[in-house]
Design a protein around this ligand. Structure first.
Ligand SMILES: [Zn+2]
Length: 193
């Protein structure tokens, strides 16, 4: 029976009536919108997910279809501090309730803790999964601790500290009492070499 369920065109009524979870692993590169947001896309990166639906008594004569979606993935994003690659885990754990029309979804959305989806004959679970993963992306991806010197920050410091004029490449930083940002930079360079 479950073999007849395809994640990109699910009959939600039948899926909920059966109540058997659908488990899958979808290559990240198959999710085009998500893949565009990520760096260093490796072909073996997978989104692991599990979906389960059930019928619950609703306000109308028919039972409501509810869907629980759980997923984990790890995407490679660009750290906004050091511009290096940062592996970012994504986790989805979300309940949805299906309603008959877009109008009902709009009307009931504010008072519902669960997300509302409009019932379709062929429901595209993978599209909803991709939407959720896109929303789960951090606005500003960043290492907890950057593996290298934060290039942007040093650059900004150098700009604000360089009031005296041109200091060149930093090779010939003038020695003063205060630590000079260029001296700090060249020290960091030495460390990493
Ligand atoms: Zn970083």
């Amino acid at each position: 029976m479950s073999k007849s369920h395809h994640a990109n065109r699910l009959n939600m009524q039948a899926f909920a009536r059966e109540g058997i979870p659908l488990v899958g692993a979808t290559p990240l590169q198959n999710m085009e919108r998500l893949a565009q947001e990520t760096q260093a896309l490796e072909p073996d990166l997978m989104v692991n997910w599990e979906a389960r639906a059930e019928l619950r008594p609703g306000s109308g004569a028919d039972e409501d279809v509810w869907l629980h979606l759980v997923a984990t993935a790890s995407v490679t994003l660009v750290c906004q501090r050091c511009m290096g690659a940062v592996a970012t885990p994504l986790e989805i754990d979300q309940w949805y309730r299906f309603v008959a029309t877009e109008e009902i979804a709009m009307a009931e959305d504010d008072e519902s803790e669960e997300d509302l989806l409009v019932m379709e004959p062929h429901f595209d679970l993978l599209a909803v999964l991709e939407d959720e993963l896109l929303m789960a992306l951090p606005l500003v991806p960043m290492h907890e601790e950057c593996p290298v010197a934060p290039v942007m920050q040093v650059g900004e410091d150098a700009l604000s500290a360089g009031a005296g004029g041109k200091t060149g490449t930093g090779e010939e930083a003038p020695s003063g009492e205060k630590p000079n940002p260029f001296a700090v930079l060249s020290q960091l360079k030495k460390k990493t070499e």
